[in-house]
Design a protein around this ligand. Structure first.
Ligand code: AMP
Length: 398
């Protein structure tokens, strides 16, 4: 039956794909093309529990990567089953709060919004163009990372800047990881036998990029990432929020160029910058255990900021059904979860050590003791949301 969705997530030098059955979330094939635009470009495909690699022909770009994916899908007689292609698009600005069928207008807008997401939207558009070239008339749908946060009230999304910067230039908080926060909040609601609209969660997506969202009655009412994915929590290589005065100090007193400041804040800060060792949480946990003081300090700052942000978002609620951890760190690091929750005793947070150790590597569950605020570990599945929402849009269903 022709009812599967090919989900594509393009980065500047990578392309992730999965072929998903939207009703069940089953992944039939998935893969990753890496090091695109270099002659080391390579495609790894996972199918029937087996991994295989394939070369991507010259000029080693997104187009050739998708062509290589299609060659594989054709060999397995899977192309006939593709109903639509669903694309993750990072920035949809204020224009897009819903899954959207891609036409020329939408492509122009994704391009236009590249000024707000210069590292992401151009790559996402590349993916759309490459898929169009290969799949012809198969519909293409955009699922925006910012869409879920379009329900935030003005008091949460406006910066205390002159209002015309918002009116004229759209300078406001947009937030990201929306698809992930939506998925885990919906899953957590199901675990407590409530609908999403009846439940209240604070959800922490902790991976290389990190964000926390207050999801009130199913809607995002505040989130930690901002106009760009640099605001808020400490991340792998991103600083998160800093005093903006530091930027002037770096430029005026220390002779940094703006480009250098940009690189410093996005690529040289965060866990990597403080630890001077790595942006990888697992590596830092091991180093800290062996006495590496800066690794320990980086993890201390990381956890303190997560706890502080969760506590600050408690102002959005009069009652809370729980806290959710997801993302590579949130799903796997019992150490980080425990360190965060131990700083939130005023919110009645505590850890059940046995459950905390059990909930890793794909295992979901509540890691809090029965008399504490529930804390859910839920593996995210943005691809499934993209497949489901693409399918529903084209079938006119909600
Ligand atoms: P993501 O961007 O969601 O893929 O998450 C990547 C982050 O998850 C990296 O910092 C990894 O070190 C971290 N991570 C993955 N597995 C573990 C683990 N078992 N313990 C601690 N951190 C982990």
């Amino acid at each position: 039956m022709k009812n599967n969705i090919l989900v594509i997530n393009c980065g500047s030098s990578s392309l992730k794909f999965s072929l998903i059955t939207p009703s069940s979330g089953e992944t039939l094939v998935s893969g990753l093309a890496e090091r695109l635009l270099t002659n080391e470009a390579q495609l790894t495909i996972k199918h029937n529990e087996q991994k295989q690699t394939a070369n991507i022909p010259s000029p080693f770009d997104h187009q050739k990567a998708i062509e290589a994916v299609v060659v594989f899908l054709k060999e397995q007689s899977l192309t006939e089953q593709i109903f639509a292609v669903g694309h993750r698009v990072v920035h949809g600005g204020e224009k897009y709060s819903q899954p959207t069928l891609i036409d020329d207008d939408v492509k122009n807008n994704i391009d236009e919004l590249a000024k707000l997401a210069p590292l992401h939207n151009p790559a996402n558009l590349q993916g759309v163009l490459a898929a169009e070239a290969v799949f012809g008339r198969i519909p293409q749908v955009a699922i925006f990372d910012t869409a879920f946060h379009q329900t935030m009230p003005a008091k949460a999304y406006l910066y205390a800047l002159p209002y015309q910067l918002y009116q004229t230039h759209g300078i406001r908080k947009y937030g990201f990881h929306g698809t992930s926060h939506y998925f885990v909040a919906k899953s957590a609601a199901a675990l407590i036998n409530k609908t999403l609209a009846e439940s209240n969660f604070i959800s922490a997506h902790l991976g290389n990029g990190c964000s926390i969202t207050a999801v009130k009655q199913g809607k995002s009412v505040d989130t930690s990432l901002g106009l760009t994915p640099l605001e808020g929590l400490m991340m792998g290589t991103r600083s998160g929020s800093v005093d903006p005065g530091i930027i002037f100090h770096l430029v005026d007193q220390l002779g940094y160029s703006l480009e250098q400041v940009n690189t410093l804040l996005n690529k040289e800060s965060g866990l990597l910058g403080v630890s001077q060792l790595s942006n990888d949480c697992r590596e830092l946990e091991q180093a800290a255990e062996q006495g590496h003081q800066l690794a320990q300090l980086a993890l201390d700052i990381f956890c303190y900021r997560i706890a502080k942000t969760i506590a600050s978002f408690s102002v959005c609620f009069t009652s809370l059904d729980g806290i959710i951890f997801t993302g590579g760190i949130g799903e796997n690091s019992s150490h980080i979860r425990s360190k965060v929750l131990s700083q939130l005793s005023l919110l009645n947070c505590a850890v059940d050590n046995k459950a905390n150790i059990t909930c890793r590597f794909g295992q979901s569950g509540n890691i809090a003791p029965t008399d504490a605020l529930p804390c859910w570990v839920i593996p995210t599945n943005e691809e499934w949301v993209i497949a489901e929402q693409s399918y529903q849009l084209l079938n006119g269903a909600k």
